[in-house]
Design a protein around this ligand. Structure first.
Ligand SMILES: CC(C)(COP(=O)(O)OP(=O)(O)OC[C@H]1O[C@@H](n2cnc3c(N)ncnc32)[C@H](O)[C@@H]1OP(=O)(O)O)[C@@H](O)C(=O)NCCC(=O)NCCS
Length: 151
């Protein structure tokens, strides 16, 4: 993990004017990217919509929706040139802080069965596979459901 890049990265709230950069990352990262309208709606609707920035450049983001019983991690992406440098881990650490501060202890997420890099990432963050949702995605791929109990 490169400490050098991590030291220059700042995590802060996403705003409307980050949308075009977000959309570009979303389209590079996912086979079924969210639309600009959906990203915008999520920025407004989600309590947690954070971007990782190096200088002014957006290089990744995390979107999550806290509810009464758990926090749902709905989107996590890091642009390819910045992967394996601890950026997703950095954003997750902020999420754990948020969850603890709000006296919750459960994070849930869905991930494509074929998305090995993300699955490896969640496993090393200590998430546990707790089930699956059949044909969850538009192309009918199943989602694996992962939970983390935050200590
Ligand atoms: C999954 C994703 C967010 C990980 O982001 P990242 O910033 O590269 O992750 P980190 O650098 O914080 O990884 C921390 C650790 O997770 C594990 N990990 C991350 N990516 C991995 C990969 N491709 N293969 C195996 N292990 C991986 C490693 O243990 C890594 O530590 P190391 O690099 O010291 O070995 C990124 O690959 C991504 O944006 N993918 C495309 C979008 C996506 O699939 N999002 C998830 C949707 S559910």
């Amino acid at each position: 993990m490169s400490e050098t890049i991590k030291k220059t990265v700042i995590v802060r709230n996403l705003r409307h004017d980050h949308l075009s950069e977000m959309l570009a990352i979303e389209q590079r990262c996912f086979p079924d990217p969210w639309s600009e309208e959906w990203l915008e709606a999520m920025i407004h609707a989600s309590v947690i919509s954070w971007g990782s920035f190096t200088g002014k450049e957006l290089i990744g983001y995390l979107i999550a929706m806290p509810s009464k019983d758990y926090t749902h991690l709905v989107n996590l992406a890091v642009d390819a040139p910045y992967r394996r440098k601890g950026i997703a881990q950095l954003m997750m650490n902020y999420l754990y802080l948020f969850v603890r501060r709000h006296k919750q202890n459960l994070i849930k997420l869905e991930v494509r069965r074929s998305n090995t890099p993300a699955i490896e990432f969640y496993k090393q963050e200590n998430f546990c596979e707790v089930g699956f949702q059949k044909e969850y995605y538009k192309d009918k791929e199943d989602a694996l459901v992962y939970n983390l109990e935050v200590k």
